[in-house]
Design a binder for this molecule. Structure first.
Ligand code: ADP
Ligand code: MG
Length: 398
């Protein structure tokens, strides 16, 4: 497959799907522009080539079917002008009115246009082909750079690609995500260690099952490990546990044994007498949490053991914090693992971090840039790790 790096888009009208679903305050000011900046390399490359760039993006979750003033992309269009250093053409009129159609026809090389919130069209989330055709009519080729929406089979993220069988590409951000994910799942140097945590086993079953055949070591941390600890007969006090998943936890451990995957559950826990930063705390063996106490982080012995496993690995996949890292009192385990992974990276290990909260944790610590790869797509990356085919990726690769 060709990278956009190898193509000159001069004179082309390029339809570019991005993820500009940025957080805004109640004054409609963008509070974090990371997602917009992440697609800037693609936009800058197209403008440098002299392409006319027609950008498609969604914002929030429109419900009414049609224009909703609270969810207009107008503030994003304004902000984008400061990033690209040139005017951004924008209209709140929707396709069918003839207004965006005319604007797209008039757009010249080196100019940028942003279409209004693509989810104002009821067909978008249904993957409506007619909408995809209307969009496709605006341009000569299609580039998808919206990894955050790659797990959706929507008109602008997947279906539209059908209209450009010879002219569909990944943007730089997508290309980077796909390259790293494929390395992780199909070409990972051994030993390969997965560190899987978070609050619920139920939300990570698909990932645990898919990784069984791929990894050498599986470290199970976070709130979900107490379901495993209880399944092994441990006392977990008030720690979170999914009682209906105890059999599943036993089954997963049996399958890991069968496949020769070394799994590791933290041996000690930081427990608190309430879910708060000023809780009284103790460190106890993981299966000996007294009644009335809740385990909210892994303890120092576990952190040391995890450090050793991590430093002996050539590939690491980390999803899910070790504890309730949002509370400083219970953030040490997550921070310790993040430091161990960063150290492994310095020694040449390939380490990928994904998941909304896990990425927030490494960013909070200021060490995201020490990881080999931090995924920009929460839900999309998790679905990929479950072994699912992402429609946004498939549509380009087909
Ligand atoms: P990600 O978004 O990275 O996939 P999850 O959403 O699965 O991660 O899990 C993150 C949440 O898990 C965090 O809000 C964290 O507070 C919670 N968590 C971690 N350990 C515990 C624990 N021991 N008890 C309760 N919640 C926990
Ligand atoms: Mg999460």
């Amino acid at each position: 497959m060709k990278s956009i790096k190898e193509i000159n888009f001069a004179g082309k009208k390029v339809l570019l799907r991005v993820d500009f679903n940025v957080p805004m305050d109640d004054q409609k000011r963008i509070t974090d522009d990371t997602r917009m900046r992440e697609s800037m390399p693609t936009i800058e490359k197209l403008l440098a080539d002299g392409a006319a760039v027609i950008i498609m993006a969604h914002f929030g979750r429109p419900k009414k079917g049609g224009f909703e003033p609270e969810l207009t992309l107008e503030p994003v269009a304004k902000y984008l002008e400061t990033l690209v250093g040139r005017p951004v053409r924008f209209t709140q009129q929707l396709l069918g009115s003839g207004v965006p159609e005319q604007m797209a026809r008039d757009l010249k090389g080196g100019e940028v246009m942003l279409l209004e919130n693509i989810r104002f069209y009821p067909g978008e989330t249904k993957g409506d082909e007619e909408l995809a055709r209307q969009l496709a009519d605006l341009g000569d080729c299609y580039i998808n750079d919206a990894f955050g929406a790659a797990h959706r089979e929507h008109s602008s993220t997947a279906v539209i690609a059908r209209f450009f069988p010879q002219a569909k590409y990944f943007g730089f951000l997508m290309e980077n995500e796909v390259r790293n994910l494929e390395k992780l799942m199909h070409d990972a140097p051994r030993p390969f260690t997965a560190i899987i945590g978070g609050s619920k086993v139920s939300s990570k079953i698909g990932i645990l099952e898919n990784l069984l055949d791929k990894v050498d070591n599986m470290i199970i941390i976070g709130g979900m490990r107490y379901t495993f600890t209880k399944a092994l007969g441990g006392r977990i006090g008030n720690s979170i546990c999914e009682d209906d998943k105890l059999d599943l936890a036993r089954e997963l451990m049996r399958r890991m044994d069968e496949k020769g995957v070394c799994y590791y559950l933290p041996v000690d826990s930081v427990i608190g007498d309430k879910f708060s930063n000023d809780a009284n705390t103790q460190i106890v063996p993981s299966g000996e949490v007294p009644d009335g106490w809740e385990s909210m982080d892994c303890g120092p012995d576990s952190c040391r053991a995890i450090h050793d496993i991590v430093l002996a690995s050539k590939t690491i996949l980390w999803n899910g914090p070790a504890g309730v890292f949002e509370l400083a009192t219970f953030a040490k385990g997550t921070h310790s693992i993040a430091s161990s992974v960063a150290e492994a990276c310095k020694q040449g290990c390939f380490a990928a971090v994904g998941g909304g909260d896990s990425v927030a944790a490494v960013k909070q610590m200021g060490i995201a840039d020490q990881m080999s790869y931090v995924s920009t797509g929460g839900g999309a990356m998790l679905e990929y790790l479950e072994g699912k085919v992402l429609p946004g990726i498939k549509a380009i690769q087909d």
